[in-house]
Design a protein around this ligand. Structure first.
Ligand SMILES: NC(=O)c1ccc[n+]([C@@H]2O[C@H](COP(=O)([O-])OP(=O)(O)OC[C@H]3O[C@@H](n4cnc5c(N)ncnc54)[C@H](O)[C@@H]3O)[C@@H](O)[C@H]2O)c1
Ligand SMILES: [Zn+2]
Length: 665
């Protein structure tokens, strides 16, 4: 390859990675590798200016706009930031600034660099007008409805704000919320999200803002743009924005000189792990807005700001063995057992290897010296292999073909990364895992019975499925390890009490793949009893609010299995709740008495089902389609144009969500 071809190849490759990262939110290489390649391209372009191209990834902000949202041109362009990785880089930058501005004292604002998705929000007369993603920097996606659902974003401002301005910030997913979301995914047998940044960014692009509202997103603001803002420095801008009601982190500092900047960096490099969200560096900005204007921008960055990136916390250690875990749903997870090593304040002994593809991609082998990194994940991950330290007799990893617990041949469904053990009823960790899920807190919440006891019961052949729990006798328990009279009584009592647990939780407890807590609630509310649900055809089930084809198919598969049918019949005979108890009348008012109302579209404050419930609670009737008998249509986002036309033709009053809510208030 000659230099020109090399440059073109790198540009193409980086464009593809940008697309994977910014549009699909599923990068296929690490940020470190990406930055290396970008640097390589920068170097080549610098040495060969004859191949300059204003469309090169070195010249443009990485993102892109999608077709799913309206495109909005930014009033003020959105830039990326120049990166620096060392003290020397920073001192160089300072020198360039001083050369540019002349011999004047320069102050800096130091802020943390939050790792999420950038956003620009426009306010007019103190009201939120529009929220737009960075996109390619010139134009982005209009995600206003999604941003409105984030509680820390003010819809109305307070205090003494400018008439019109844009404010820039980062949409982040705090660690706690991220872990909670992943916990829920793991519970329903789904693959967890890989890190908070991509999850936050992906959340903004969801079509259903009600879905966004459920995610614990946060918005941290750091920059006000506009004219006549009423302040002269970046630091004052942060203070003002805070007064107007924005969430501006208090962790920022006005530095009188570059030494104070370095102190700030040193402090946060050490303490960043105490923060509730991910940060990947410090952003240093020239404090005076006047100087900022004088310095201006390159095609990609402001010259008046620079990011200092923390080194990812990495450690090198030996991978002793690879073992394989079998989950409740039969999913196989390969795990690296490491020579214990200190990393970001904890000792790491194990790391997830995710799946067969991941192992093959990095060519990870037993005996290798590997690099371990800690991101937002609970479990650290392996990001690479030190090939120079690879032992001469090293063998390529051959992924297991049989289940390590029951020796059944593994399967891998098309389009899925995970291998599965299909021996659902004979594979010990799957059997115990299902019972453990059944008794868990959000499911049957059985007092006196824990995960370890389940394993004990299973090993002693007292239970093989969750129906067997209801036939346990005290005498059988007394012979078990650490099982006294009192614990045995408690266990039997806890099992007895679980017969009162309402249907929706029983349905969740059954452990049907993809049926988490929320889905179980929706299905229970819609079908009211298990017989109706178990006979429901696919086409009908997918009409239920929030139920898609994948979930519906999984429910149907579950109920068509003979073994499951038998277990459910037994559970019924023990007296578990398989019918929704008709709610006592929840009638709140009769404001809507005699009115037939049709609900259509997607809502932000309530789900469609909640609105339907509210209609009944206030004495109204839910209509299934728009006709001359319809009194009102409650219309959310994305209501079909033909429905709208029909309602208009019939002269039916159309209410938006707010109007409906104020009607029943
Ligand atoms: N792995 C991949 O395939 C892949 C592909 C593309 C990009 N990337 C990664 O993405 C990064 C580049 O993304 P980028 O262009 O968004 O740049 P960046 O994340 O390095 O920095 C610029 C952004 O920082 C944000 N920011 C956070 N706190 C800020 C503050 N206090 N003040 C100002 N800005 C603040 C802003 O959103 C701004 O746009 C690199 O780290 C790169 O490795 C990875
Ligand atoms: Zn198995």
């Amino acid at each position: 390859m000659n230099v020109q071809e090399q440059i073109i190849a790198l540009r193409e490759e980086l464009n593809l990675h940008n697309y994977n990262y910014y549009v699909l939110d599923t990068p296929t290489i690490s940020d470190f590798e990406f930055d290396q390649k970008l640097k390589e391209l920068e170097k080549l372009e610098l040495a060969h200016p004859e191949y300059f191209d204003s469309n090169s990834p070195t010249q443009r902000v990485g993102g892109a706009i999608t077709k799913n949202f309206d495109t909005v041109v930014h009033r003020y362009r959105m830039y990326s930031l120049e990166n620096s990785y060392s003290k020397e880089d920073l001192l160089d930058w300072e020198q360039r600034i001083q050369k540019n501005l002349g011999d004047v004292p320069v102050e800096f604002t130091c802020e943390l660099k939050y790792d999420g998705a950038s956003i620009s929000i426009t306010y007019e007369d103190g009201e939120l007008i529009k929220a737009v993603t960075r996109g390619d920097g010139v134009q982005g996606d209009d995600v206003t409805n999604n941003i409105r659902t984030i509680r820390s974003v003010p819809i109305k401002l307070k205090g003494d704000y400018p008439k019109s301005f844009d404010i820039r910030g980062e949409i982040v997913l705090p660690f706690a919320g991220f872990e909670k979301m992943n916990q829920e995914l793991i519970e329903i047998g789904e693959t967890p999200y890989s890190n908070p940044r991509n999850t936050a960014s992906g959340s903004l692009k969801l079509q259903d803002s009600a879905e966004v509202a459920k995610r614990p997103l946060d918005c941290l603001l750091y920059y006000v743009v506009g004219s006549d803002l009423g302040f002269a420095t970046q630091y004052e801008g942060l203070e003002k924005a805070r007064e107007w009601g924005f969430k501006v982190p208090i962790v920022s500092k006005l530095a009188k000189n570059i030494d104070e900047v370095l102190e700030f960096i040193a402090y946060w490099d050490e303490h960043r792990h105490e923060l509730p969200y991910e940060t990947d560096g410090v952003v240093i900005k020239i404090n005076s807005l006047h100087y900022q204007e004088e310095l201006g921008y390159t095609s990609k960055f402001p010259r008046w700001a620079i990011a200092y990136k923390f080194k990812a916390e990495q450690a090198e250690t030996i991978l002793n063995t690879i073992s394989y875990q079998v989950g409740r749903t039969g999913a196989i997870t390969p795990v690296a057992n490491l020579e214990p090593v200190q990393l970001a304040g904890t000792i790491v002994k194990r790391a997830s290897l995710h799946n067969a593809d991941q192992i093959a991609k990095l060519d990870i082998r037993e005996g290798d010296s590997v690099y371990v990194e800690k991101g937002g994940e609970i479990i650290p991950k392996i990001v690479g292999v030190n090939l120079e330290a690879r032992p001469a007799d090293s063998q390529r990893t051959v992924y297991i073909k049989e289940c390590p617990e029951c020796q059944t041949k593994l399967v891998r469904n098309e389009g899925e990364a995970q291998h599965y053990c299909p021996n659902v009823y004979g594979c010990p960790p799957q059997i115990a895992g299902r019972i453990q899920h059944f008794i868990s807190r959000k499911a049957m919440d059985i007092d006196g019975l824990g995960e370890e006891t389940v394993v004990l019961l299973y090993k002693n052949e007292l239970v093989e499925n969750y129906a067997d729990l209801y036939e346990l006798k005290k005498e059988q328990l007394l012979g078990l390890e650490r099982m006294g009279e009192k614990s045995a009584d408690n266990l039997i009592k806890g099992i007895e009490l679980s017969k009162q647990v309402p249907f929706e939780r029983v349905l969740y407890a059954l452990g049907i793949r993809f049926v988490g807590e929320t889905v179980a609630k929706k299905l229970a509310a819609h079908y009211k009893n298990i017989d109706a649900l178990s006979q429901a055809p696919l086409m009908e089930m997918i009409m239920v609010d929030e139920i898609g084809e994948r979930i519906a198919q999984s429910v149907i598969d579950f109920f068509s299995n003979e073994k499951n049918k038998e277990i459910i019949e037994r559970l019924k005979s023990y007296g578990l709740q398989f019918v929704i108890e008709e709610k006592e009348s929840t009638v709140v008012s009769d404001i809507l008495k005699g009115k037939t109302i049709v609900v259509s579209g997607v809502f932000t404050k309530m789900s469609r089902d909640e609105i339907k419930q509210a209609i009944e609670d206030h004495g109204g009737k839910n209509g299934s389609s728009i006709s001359s008998k319809t009194d009102y249509v409650v219309a959310g986002d994305k209501m079909g144009p033909s429905k709208l036309e029909k309602a208009n033709k019939l002269g039916i009053t159309i209410l938006n969500e707010e109007e409906f809510l104020s009607m029943i208030q």
